[in-house]
Design a protein around this ligand. Structure first.
Ligand SMILES: [Fe+2]
Length: 454
């Protein structure tokens, strides 16, 4: 097996055949990878002594006794055990990263809200210190709910690492690239790609192109997984082969560094004398991965009406209640609209689920104006919403001919729990005061006489 230098002092495994250089394809596979030959024990997890003097350690993403279908764990073979990568903790101040339950007095979350893109900062901020919470939902201590964040980063994390014991992180870049060094390997991420950073996994983020902005869904609950396809069958939506997990990569660095831990909504820092990204080999099914949203095979109606937006679910974080997700991650990608005698924009509705949307690029069909790339909207539990006047006019008069929706990619973090606004979202982020006005032009057409009205 060949070796290559990945970045700086990292030594990275290479995949045979080079089909996915630096990555292994598949969703939830039992992967195995080693950055040095023979580092990975064969046929057992924890032999008495391990090649290269490595330590064996298990990272459990599910309880030991979880059903086999949801059981997740990985075995890591590392230079030092993780216990050497934590120490005495001191509290850290992270005033903009909020955790549920977080209800701010005098802030009304009941409303239809929309924000312009949150501007890039002037002060130096990393992926972690630049996290700005927009909404929280549920309760982190019962491992239910989520938080929706915007990250604003212009500074690399140098000898600075982070992990969340509270959550897995779904990262959705909107501007700029991220290079994420994790215990399991290296992820390169650009807009229109997403990644999952598992609960409890150490990482740091560098910014190869300078400043970066995007969205993070912090999932306190059960891990994101692929939705069932039902009658759709064995293919389409997000196909498992398109998910990519990094090959092993490690650094053997004695530079002093620090680790920040998020635990029950609070942040703690510890200083350590070496890099904790020292996993030389690993195997298992609990690991980070990335996915290119352009690979999503969208399904829609080819007769009339259009399906519920759940047809665009990329990943779902389930609860014990079947079909009731803690979070659905839904996208609105480029696609053909080929339904006749149909109002093609999303219909007007109220929803028991709470919908936070973001625009990654292009134009969103229900809101041709005002919902710009980098922008965010919130339609909370049982708050009515739907197309604005412009979208309604177009949707009720357009030709029935098939049409391709181009240059568009929006997403939704949809949760069963009401989303509470943070002080940042209500008072500091660029909230559009006139958003509710986008429906002002929807006049009464009914006059008591039959017939379709213009
Ligand atoms: Fe909706």
């Amino acid at each position: 097996m060949n070796r290559q230098t990945a970045a700086k002092d990292f030594i990275q495994a290479t995949t045979n055949g080079g089909i996915t250089e630096g990555y292994m394809p598949g969703f939830g596979n039992d992967f195995e990878t080693e950055a040095l030959p023979g580092a990975l024990p064969v046929g057992r997890n924890s032999p008495q002594r391990i090649e290269y003097g490595l330590y064996a350690e298990q990272l459990s993403g599910s309880p030991f006794t979880a059903p086999r279908t949801t059981l997740e764990r990985s075995w890591m073979y590392r230079i030092r055990p993780s216990v050497k990568h934590t120490g005495r903790f001191r509290s850290a101040d992270m005033p903009y990263w909020k955790t549920a339950p977080h209800v701010v007095k005098d802030i009304i979350s009941l409303g239809q809200y929309r924000w312009d893109p949150v501007p890039f900062p002037n002060a130096p901020l990393t992926f972690v210190t630049g996290m700005r919470t927009m909404t929280t939902a549920g309760d982190v201590s019962t491992q239910t709910g989520m938080a929706a964040h915007v990250y604003l980063a212009n500074t690399d994390m140098v000898d600075d690492h982070f992990y969340s014991a509270d959550s897995e992180l779904l990262v959705v870049p909107q501007h700029g690239c991220l290079k994420i060094f994790t215990e399991f390997g290296i992820l390169d991420l650009e807009p229109l790609e997403i990644c999952i950073l598992p609960r409890g996994m150490l990482f740091r983020v560098e910014l190869p192109e300078g400043e970066a902005r995007g969205f993070v869904c912090e999932n306190y609950g059960a891990k994101f997984t692929l939705p069932g396809r039902g009658p759709i069958g064995a293919n389409c939506l997000a196909n498992p082969r398109d998910f990519k997990t990094p090959v092993a990569a490690f650094e053997d660095s004695e530079r002093p560094c620090r680790v920040t831990v998020k635990w029950c909504g609070r942040f703690h820092i510890t200083e350590i004398p070496q890099s904790p990204l020292d996993v030389v080999a690993w195997h298992g099914n609990y690991a980070p991965f990335k996915y290119d949203l352009r690979n999503y095979a969208a399904i829609g109606s080819i007769s009339f009406d259009h399906p519920d937006p759940s047809i665009f679910t990329v990943l779902t974080a389930p609860t014990a209640e079947e079909g009731t997700a803690n979070i659905d991650f839904v996208i609105f990608p480029e696609r053909w609209l080929a339904n006749e005698n149909t109002f093609r924009p999303p219909w007007y509705h109220k929803n028991i689920m709470s919908e936070l949307m973001g625009n990654i690029c292009g134009v969103y069909d229900a809101k041709p104006r005002g919902f710009v790339p980098g922008g965010i909207s919130l339609h909370n539990c049982m708050l009515p919403h739907g197309p604005d006047r412009t979208a309604f006019e177009h949707g009720t008069t357009e030709s029935w001919e098939p049409v391709k929706m181009k240059n568009t990619m929006a997403f939704m973090f949809e949760t069963r729990f009401p989303q509470q606004l943070t002080g940042f979202a209500a008072k500091e982020a660029p909230l559009q005061d006139d958003y509710i006005g986008c429906w002002d032009g929807l006049e009464k057409k009914f006059d008591g006489t039959p017939g379709l009205k213009d």
